[in-house]
Design a protein around this ligand. Structure first.
Ligand SMILES: Nc1ncnc2c1ncn2[C@@H]1O[C@H](COP(=O)(O)OP(=O)(O)OP(=O)(O)O)[C@@H](O)[C@H]1O
Length: 714
């Protein structure tokens, strides 16, 4: 176990010699560790044996209980040894919920057991020997063979710079906050607000440099400049995640612009697609397989779409040729047309063919062309032909520069095949309805590979719009047309791919404010290519403006976050406006250790900073759930995996993908180890995003081998 610092400064520590009472604690831990080691050896369990100890007194008998990864009771060891599973054992509840001196009452196998918690310690080991033990207000730690009392070693002492308010105090200022913010804005930020309201603006800059602030305030500036001519209902703000939607809605409300719609891209495109393609299956696949998601969002899919359209051109030319008995004349006429829009190819080809046709053939041919033109807006078959055809998808793999693989094609085609299957409820419609009901009332296919039968993927919506556009040059069908936006804000634009941006571009009939940071691309590699490509996918032109100061993060966080980014830094490190506590890094043997230490640190933070907004940001949802299971036993903590952040004091446990654009007073990263964060550009950016959510301080834990992404920062 080591407690080190990433960044420039060490946390100030108080150090003194041990008292007699503390020596007794050390001796006791050595005895318990030896007994646990011996018990583990007999049980062939692995080290380290435990990570927390409590002494409880129940029915007049004192007992030592150790918390570890597995339950293990060994009465043969001297004094007996009890190791319990920190996640499942009811008695572990006492450790999480009580302070020394508290009486407890728990249910064990239907019996109520009461007692008193006498002592509790977290313990770490070096080579199976206790190396540090928490005690009230600090820890006993062995350094170079000498035991000492130290503060701020095992558990961090979170702090904020003097005079720096908590986030809740900023939000708590309500409507005035955003209005006052307008006065606080820097000259480069204000210059962006003063740009011609008809211009499109691209705001780039580091995390916390005020991009969202500028983008939202620009809506207010445009509304003021256009006065009666600004209809808030025709403005649209697009963000990647629900958390940022809540934040943007709040900012707009404070600025008196609550009528402006804020949507996550997924919600926006889902609503538009369902209006325009009413035949879409009602259900979305619970999860798109990664390979299919990558292909459907990747810019190289355009090559597959080109190939599909060429195929469609050949097919419809052959159909008209049959009517005409023209021996391939139509085929030749249409294939000679290279217009990207199929309808244009067809119309121009028709002019040529009709001019050469005999008066007898002409009406027949005209009808054949009309029929084909009518059918163009039907893109259902095209979608499934595209994502179900291995040969077409191979075009995308070829043009992806190695980002896409044949395995991904296989996964996509197989997933499409399953989606086109009918769900069991339909396949077995002839069976009595009551025999098709599952015990828990869910679909028969839930949790089976058939769960995707009869579903559509969220990524399919943008593909459908692209197909419709490439076939007809419109984003309109007989059922409806894309709603227009006169002012469009695209925040965190780096997270949208060309195919997605193109749909937004079709909706835009006015000007836009686009904000982003390519150092925060965390949705996968290969999607973001350049800001020029972003602008051209949106169909707009402008030059980028850069914000060069980070207002959110203090200097030590920026130093660490940029060291982690390493070669992935798109631009120079931004200037910081203030100093703050160091970024702390703790290495622990395993996830159990980390979760229990996080729970303990949060208990401390709840005492010292009860009004702080704290985020525990895990790499993925499963880890967030596992950490939450432990932390929630120690204190109230919310698991947020749907963007529903409270923007209020308390602890929220979430995953990196959820926190785009958000900020918290303190951030804990519980899983910065090599398996969760291998040293790849994507993982460096993910850690960078997690760190830069913090307004005051960050604590990084590495259960097991630390991530090599941290190496640049230590
Ligand atoms: N000129 C300023 N003075 C003081 N605070 C500012 C200023 N500009 C922005 N802020 C504050 O800095 C924080 C970060 O701003 P914002 O969220 O707009 O940054 P961002 O660039 O969008 O960040 P991210 O890239 O992480 O989404 C917010 O709390 C905002 O209120």
């Amino acid at each position: 176990m080591a407690a080190e610092n990433i960044g420039v400064r060490s946390q100030a520590r108080a150090v003194r010699e041990l008292t007699a009472g503390e020596w007794i604690i050390v001796a006791e831990q050595k005895r318990l560790a030896a007994a646990a080691r011996e018990a583990a050896r007999r049980g062939k369990a692995g080290a380290p044996p435990y990570f927390a100890h409590m002494r409880i007194c129940s029915a007049g008998r004192a007992r030592d209980v150790l918390l570890g990864l597995d339950s293990h009771i060994d009465t043969s060891a001297e004094g007996g040894i009890t190791v319990v599973d920190y996640r499942r054992a009811p008695i572990a509840e006492v450790f999480f919920a009580c302070e020394p001196g508290d009486e407890y009452e728990i249910e064990v196998n239907g019996r109520t057991v009461t007692g008193i918690l006498e002592r509790r310690h977290l313990v770490t080991f070096e080579e199976d020997e206790p190396s540090a033990i928490t005690v009230p207000n600090g820890a006993l730690r062995q350094v170079d063979g000498t035991w000492r009392f130290e503060t701020g070693v095992l558990l961090p002492t979170f702090s904020r710079a003097p005079g720096q308010p908590l986030a809740v105090d900023l939000f708590g200022r309500g409507p005035d906050f955003q209005r006052n913010m307008a006065a606080l804005l820097s000259s480069d930020q204000t210059a962006l607000l003063e740009r011609d309201p008809n211009e499109t603006v691209l705001v780039l800059g580091a995390a916390g440099s005020g991009k969202t602030t500028v983008a939202i305030h620009r809506v207010a500036s445009i509304a003021r400049a256009r006065k009666g001519d600004f209809d808030p209902k025709k403005a649209l703000v697009i963000v990647p995640e629900a958390g940022l939607r809540h934040l943007a809605e709040r900012m707009l409300r404070d600025l008196g612009l609550d009528a402006v719609a804020v949507r996550t891209f997924d919600d926006w495109i889902r609503a538009e697609a369902r209006r325009i393609f009413p035949w879409l299956p009602a259900r979305e696949a619970p999860e798109t397989p990664l390979g299919a998601r990558r292909i459907k969002r990747h810019p190289a899919l355009f090559s597959a779409i080109d190939a599909l359209l060429d195929q469609r051109t050949r097919e419809l030319a052959a159909r008209i040729d049959r009517v005409h008995a023209g021996r391939g004349a139509i085929q030749r006429a249409l294939e000679a047309r290279r217009e990207p829009i199929l309808e244009k190819r067809l119309e121009r080809g028709a002019v040529e063919v009709l001019a050469a046709a005999s008066p007898k053939q002409r009406p027949l041919l005209e009808e054949a062309f009309r029929e084909e033109l009518r059918k163009l807006e039907d893109v259902r078959e095209d979608l499934y032909a595209l994502v179900g055809d291995r040969a077409l998808l191979a075009h995308a793999v070829r043009d992806s520069g190695g980002d896409l693989t044949r395995a991904g094609v296989e996964q996509t085609a197989e997933h499409t095949r399953r989606q086109l299957d009918e769900p069991s409820e339909i396949r077995f419609a002839h069976v009595d309805a009551d025999r098709l009901v599952t015990l828990d009332g869910r679909s028969l296919d839930d949790g089976t590979p058939d769960a995707v039968a009869g579903t559509v993927d969220i990524e399919d919506y943008a593909v459908l719009f692209e197909l419709l556009w490439r076939k007809t040059g419109r984003t309109q069908t007989r059922a409806g047309k894309l709603r227009r936006a006169r002012h469009l804000v695209v925040d965190e634009a780096q997270s949208l791919t060309s195919i997605e941006l193109r749909v937004l571009g079709h909706a835009l009939h006015g000007n836009a404010t686009i904000a982003g940071d390519e150092a925060q691309v965390i949705d996968g590699d290969g999607y973001f290519t350049s800001w020029d490509d972003t602008l051209s996918a949106l169909g707009v032109r402008t030059t980028a403006s850069y914000l060069k100061t980070s207002y959110r993060c203090p200097r030590p966080i920026l130093d660490a976050a940029y060291a982690i980014l390493g070669p992935e830094a798109a631009a120079a490190k931004p200037a910081a406006v203030r100093d703050g506590g160091p970024v702390l890094h703790t290495v622990l043997p395993n996830e159990g250790h980390a979760a229990v230490f996080v729970a303990e640190a949060l208990r401390g933070l709840a005492r010292t900073e009860p009004r702080a907004m704290v985020a525990v940001i895990a790499h993925d949802a499963a880890t967030a759930r596992a950490v939450h299971d432990v932390v929630a036993r120690a204190l109230p903590a919310r698991l947020v995996l749907d963007g529903d952040f409270a923007f209020a004091p308390g602890v929220e446990i979430t995953e990196v993908a959820q926190v785009k654009g958000l900020e918290f007073d303190y951030v804990i990263v519980p899983d910065a180890n090599a398996p969760s964060y291998p040293d790849t550009p994507l993982h460096r950016r993910m850690l960078h995003v997690a760190l830069t959510r913090a307004i005051h301080q960050v604590w990084i834990l590495s259960p097991g081998e630390p991530s090599r992404c941290l190496a640049g920062g230590t």
